[in-house]
Design a protein around this ligand. Structure first.
Ligand code: SAH
Ligand code: SF4
Ligand code: F3S
Length: 477
């Protein structure tokens, strides 16, 4: 039977990956995806708990789904509602209490059990002669890994995500992730290589390796090595992935500065498919704030890592996350962050006001910073970051770049591609080039995007092999 599945995804790329896996899981049960919740037989919210108001947002979205559910029931149909992701994990039973029309609550490590949960709900419903049974909650951290139970990804996209690592053992004092995603876990390297090979055989040209702390990756090696180490780090994994024919671009996120080891840094200099862009969050430039955040590194350590990476790959571009107004942050701490930004010169960045998360150590700290001060500091920080982003983008004007056209643009005939440096470039191009690598000349720059003109449509040509992507930024054309 053909049934419709609606999924709304919040938060990070790992949730995007998980939502895609849920689609793959439910396909054999007859579900195909819809963008319209009104026609959904099953609606899932894959939620994020990272910042304030996360729960409220979920409850208000649930309220809207309920209206669709009621309408569908009135017309003799039904809608099963599920809440997954990090709010599901954190709130659990509370969601069923506040929204009894929800059928299933699950977490990031239990969504592989969705088919069983659906079957159980249907059985209970039959027993109760069509009345909705009480919702199920499964927020375990199972011993078995979900990856062993998930079907092979069916994606045929040209740019895909591949989760290689899950969870986090770092316990930064502001962050809920170690509680919602659980302990750090790395998938065996053989499984990652198999999934990557499969994705490439289905058309992937770019793979972004994902993990909450992706560079903490230490997966079981496919074979034991003579030098005693039976694990691969992320650097080694990238070297091996670069051997896959047809895989033109490799990226990874999100990294922790403490886990940037030499093998990974060297990979940036030696693996041409590894794109010259790295999201490396620092959060703050002040040592005392970094300590209170439990980041376990100083500003100087971060700057040293940046320098090493620039030595390995001179054109590498950086982005970061920043939190302003962490408890106890004084004016000189804020200035230290601005200083660090001036030293690094970011190509882009995300910045947030600190928000209290329940159950985290920082939530209970004294000296919470006033909202007004947070807003002013955020404004200053973003002003500087925006200037840097614009000047980075301007430095590219006049160069030729290879972009991967993987998104439709706003206007007819328009598509958007990313440069190796993660800048978005909208271009007018024929539909047949969707999903392809093409060359563009960058003509002008805005803060968030560049304007480019298509140079060649001969995308299948070998000149688009990864070698052309290592074009120097200031190459004369
Ligand atoms: N694992 C990544 C980031 C995970 S969360 C890392 O270690 O950097 C994504 C970003 O959300 C964080 O980098 C941080 O900047 C922000 N964030 C997390 N908790 C927050 C909080 N309580 N208040 C404000 N921002 C927060
Ligand atoms: Fe959160 Fe810190 Fe872990 Fe990143 S490293 S997920 S910020 S606890
Ligand atoms: Fe959010 Fe969970 Fe990702 S809290 S950022 S969805 S790990």
């Amino acid at each position: 039977m053909n049934k419709k599945l609606y999924i709304k995804t919040y938060g990070c790329q790992m949730n995007v990956y998980d939502s895609d896996r849920m689609v793959d899981l439910l396909k054999p049960l007859g579900y195909s995806i819809t963008e319209d919740p009104a026609e959904a037989d099953m609606a899932i919210l894959n939620t994020c708990h990272i910042r304030e108001k996360a729960e409220q947002k979920v409850y208000s979205d649930l309220g809207r789904l309920r209206q669709h559910q009621t309408k569908r029931r009135e017309s003799g149909e039904d809608m099963m509602i599920g809440v997954g992701g990090c709010v599901g994990q954190a709130e659990g039973q509370e969601i069923i209490r506040q929204a009894p029309y929800v059928s299933m609550v699950f977490g990031p490590q239990t969504y592989h059990r969705l088919p069983e949960m659906i079957a159980q709900m249907n059985r209970e419903k039959e027993k109760k002669e069509g009345k909705k049974p009480k919702g199920l909650v499964d927020t375990d951290f199972p011993l078995e890994s979900k990856f062993d139970s998930l079907p092979t990804p069916t994606s045929t996209a040209s740019s895909v995500f591949l989760s290689v690592q899950e969870g986090c053992d770092k316990f930064c004092t502001f962050c809920v992730v170690p509680y919602t995603r659980g302990a750090e876990y790395s998938r065996p390297a053989a499984d990652v290589l198999k999934e990557a090979n499969n994705l490439v055989s289905k058309g992937a040209l770019e793979i972004t390796l994902l993990g909450q702390n992706v560079n903490a990756y230490h997966g079981q090696a496919p074979y034991s090595s003579s030098h005693g180490t039976n694990e691969w780090g992320l650097g080694r994994l990238i070297y091996e992935l670069s051997q896959i024919k047809g895989l033109e671009r490799i990226r990874y996120m999100t990294s922790h500065p403490r886990d940037m080891d030499d093998e990974l840094i060297n990979a940036h200099g030696e693996v041409p498919q590894l794109m010259p862009f790295l999201h490396l969050p620092v959060q703050s430039g002040s040592d005392s704030i970094l300590e209170a955040m439990n980041r376990k590194h100083k500003a100087r350590d971060y700057l040293e890592v940046i320098e090493k990476l620039r030595k390995a790959r001179s054109d590498i571009a950086f982005s970061s996350d920043f939190i302003v107004g962490f408890p106890g942050e004084r004016e000189d701490d804020h200035k230290a962050t601005l200083d660090l930004i001036r030293q690094v010169k970011y190509a882009q960045a995300y910045s947030f006001k600190y928000s209290k998360r329940p159950g985290t150590p920082a939530g209970a700290m004294e000296l919470q910073v006033d909202e007004e001060v947070k807003s002013r500091r955020l404004h200053e920080l973003q002003g500087l970051l925006n200037e840097q982003q614009l000047s980075f983008n301007r430095s590219m004007v006049g160069t030729i770049q290879v972009i991967l056209l993987d998104r439709k643009g706003k206007h007819k005939g328009q598509m958007i591609g990313k440069t190796p440096y993660m800048q978005s470039v909208p271009v007018t191009a024929p539909e047949s080039l969707f999903g392809k690598l093409v060359k563009v000349r960058l003509e002008s720059a805005h803060e968030n995007s560049l304007v480019g003109a298509l140079l060649s449509s001969d995308s299948a040509n070998a000149m688009f092999s990864h070698m052309s992507e290592s074009l120097e930024r200031n190459d004369e054309v």
